[in-house]
Design a protein around this ligand. Structure first.
Ligand code: HEM
Length: 144
């Protein structure tokens, strides 16, 4: 169970991060071109939104089955060890905030309004979210 969830979380991370980068560039180009924000644009924004939400759910499960998540907090020294603090506290908290920002961006873009503003809501909030996500990825654990 643990290994399966861990691999799933590791794999969806590639898809979610890649989707965010592609969608940010796509929305930026849409905004600069001055064209209408269409239903197709909303659906493209939705792809990254859904991948982030799946990752959130898998992350929450992983947090409680992994020895590196909630279990770390119970050892009592997670806060004084930077590597343990990253996984047990910073990665979950900052990533949840990032996904809230992405959700706000998508929800605002869904509402009718000037097209440029709708594109901007997605690329600005997704970019903010992406920066937060990248700042708290356990890089050595993932790619090391
Ligand atoms: C879009 C959001 C997220 C991304 C891109 C992401 C990405 C990652 C990556 C790349 C790893 C390293 C995987 C590996 O070792 O191969 C990881 C580990 C982990 N993540 Fe996330 N994560 C996200 C959200 C969350 C959330 C919301 C939680 C918890 C509430 C969470 C909990 C964990 C835990 C506990 C680990 C350590 C797992 C282990 O190796 O035992 N993640 N995450």
């Amino acid at each position: 169970m643990y290994t399966g969830i861990q691999h799933l979380h590791s794999g969806i991370a590639y898809l979610a991060l890649l989707a965010l980068v592609v969608v940010i560039i796509y929305m930026l180009i849409g905004s600069l071109s001055g064209r209408e924000f269409t239903e197709k644009d909303r659906k493209i924004g939705l792809i990254a939104f859904i991948l982030c939400h799946i990752q959130l759910l898998v992350g929450l499960i992983l947090y409680f089955v992994s020895p590196l998540g909630f279990a770390m907090l119970q050892t009592g020294n997670a806060m004084s060890d930077p590597a343990a603090r990253l996984l047990a506290v910073e990665h979950p908290v900052i990533n949840i905030i990032a996904i809230v920002l992405i959700t706000i961006g998508y929800s605002r873009a869904k509402k009718p309004g000037p097209s440029r503003g709708r594109f901007r809501n997605i690329y600005m909030m997704y970019a903010l979210g992406l920066v937060l996500l990248l700042s708290r990825i356990p890089w050595t654990l993932w790619l090391g």
